[in-house]
Design a protein around this ligand. Structure first.
Ligand SMILES: Cc1ncc(COP(=O)(O)O)c(C=O)c1O
Length: 397
């Protein structure tokens, strides 16, 4: 490449802008900073504790039994069967494992395959803001553009008229992430009914990201596909990483009508084609566990949420406690701080903790410039150490 910097710069202006000179996403960059500085990493959302032992042992057993070669492109039969049973058992949704379920490399590949296969150059995709950062990046890779509808704190509600206005004749997809990252919002029945009615009226395809479906503390998870007329116009995406605390396994899936699944698989076969064979076996075993084992993971995480959120409130942080998921948000305005990017950059040196400025999840951060996202999916000693360190920042001490 002869030292030509342009040759190694990603082609897409949107992606370059998002890298913010870091050369990687802020999450990976902050994890590297945490490692280099010995900081407590509350940036990237991955647990530092183990998931259900039955699932871990099933992966070891699958490797021992020789399940180590390429799986079928659509995923192993037993996992597709297990996903079908899971969707029926929890939500009353029927999907044919042969033609309506696709196993993917995490939810991320299901999202990528869906967006790349369904969007043409010039199409528009509607999403709520703050968003999971992969959505606009994948839309940009497809040559499409995105439009955002703000979710406003503290309840993270949206204005139905803003949603209606975001939909144009060019809109191809609407992405709905519930339970939501980074806000923890769980969309309620009325909100989902409104989204469903707009999809039906405007003939839109919905893409749902439900990776936190089993980590709801307050409220109830409702899949959009279960609403009237939505099963046939929704690509329902989830993954095992959060449900079983195995984010590194990257086993996900998409459920939809055969035409949509075939489209997603068309893109997928040129992304990874297939992968994770022993982990697919283990997740098939995990999905067959009694419901209580999944609830145990949720209840354990709820305890961590309460420990962290109450601890932060005691330190003087203005805490937006989440109804679901891995992340809490604080407004650092109450700490006499005005810019979360500067605050998060300085935190490793000031107190040895890493968090993420919420503005990376926004096109238009506005009042979100003082919001910080913290991952509380960490062991009790890790959370207690983080709180001890953060106490040194507290103006009240
Ligand atoms: C909302 C959301 N969607 C998708 C993903 C990625 O899921 P996976 O690791 O299964 O690709 C994450 C991971 O943090 C997430 O928070």
């Amino acid at each position: 490449m002869g030292g030509d910097e342009a040759a190694v710069t990603p082609r897409l202006p949107y992606l370059n802008a998002r890298l913010q000179g870091l050369g990687t996403t802020i999450f990976a960059a902050m994890s590297a900073v945490a490692e280099a500085t010995g900081s407590v990493n509350l940036g990237q959302g991955f647990p530092d504790y183990r998931g259900p032992v039955e699932v871990l042992e099933a992966a070891v057993a699958a490797i021992g039994q020789g399940h180590n070669q390429y799986p079928p492109g659509r995923g192993i039969q037993s996992l597709r069967d297990a996903v079908a049973i899971h969707q029926r058992h929890w939500y009353g949704l029927d999907f044919d494992p042969a033609s309506e379920i696709l196993v993917t490399a995490g939810a991320t590949e299901a999202l990528a395959g869906t967006i790349l296969s369904l969007c043409e150059v010039g199409d528009e995709v509607v999403m709520f803001e703050p968003y999971y950062d992969a959505y606009p990046a994948l839309v940009a890779m497809a040559g499409a553009t995105h439009r955002v509808v703000p979710l406003r704190p503290p309840a993270w509600g949206f204005d139905p008229d803003e949603l209606r206005r975001a939909i144009t004749p060019r809109t191809r997809l609407i992405i709905v992430n519930t339970p939501n990252n980074p806000t923890g919002k769980v969309f309620d029945r009325d909100e989902l009914e409104l989204i469903a009615s707009l999809c039906r009226d405007q003939d839109l395809i919905a893409v749902t990201d439900e990776v936190y479906e089993h980590l709801v503390f307050d409220g109830e998870h409702r899949p959009l596909a279960a609403f009237d007329g939505m099963r046939d116009r929704t690509v329902t995406i989830s993954s095992a990483g959060k449900t079983f605390s195995v984010t590194g396994w990257k086993i996900g899936w998409a459920c939809a009508i055969p035409q949509l699944i075939t489209a997603v698989q068309t893109a997928k076969q040129f992304l990874t084609f297939a992968g994770g064979t022993p982990f697919q076996h283990a997740i098939a075993a995990g999905l067959a566990l009694p419901d209580d084992r999944l609830r145990d993971v949720r209840d354990d995480l709820r305890m961590r949420r309460d420990l962290f959120c109450e601890g932060m409130a005691d330190l003087g942080f203005d805490v937006l406690a989440p109804a679901s998921g891995y992340f809490a948000t604080t407004d650092i305005g109450s700490m006499k701080e005005h810019d979360a990017v500067a605050f998060c950059r300085q935190m490793p040196e000031r107190c040895g903790v890493v968090g993420i400025p919420s503005q990376v999840f926004y096109d238009h951060p506005g009042d979100a410039r003082t919001l910080v996202r913290w991952a509380f999916c960490k062991s009790t000693p890790t959370l207690e150490e983080a709180l001890r360190r953060l106490a040194t920042l507290s103006p009240s001490r």
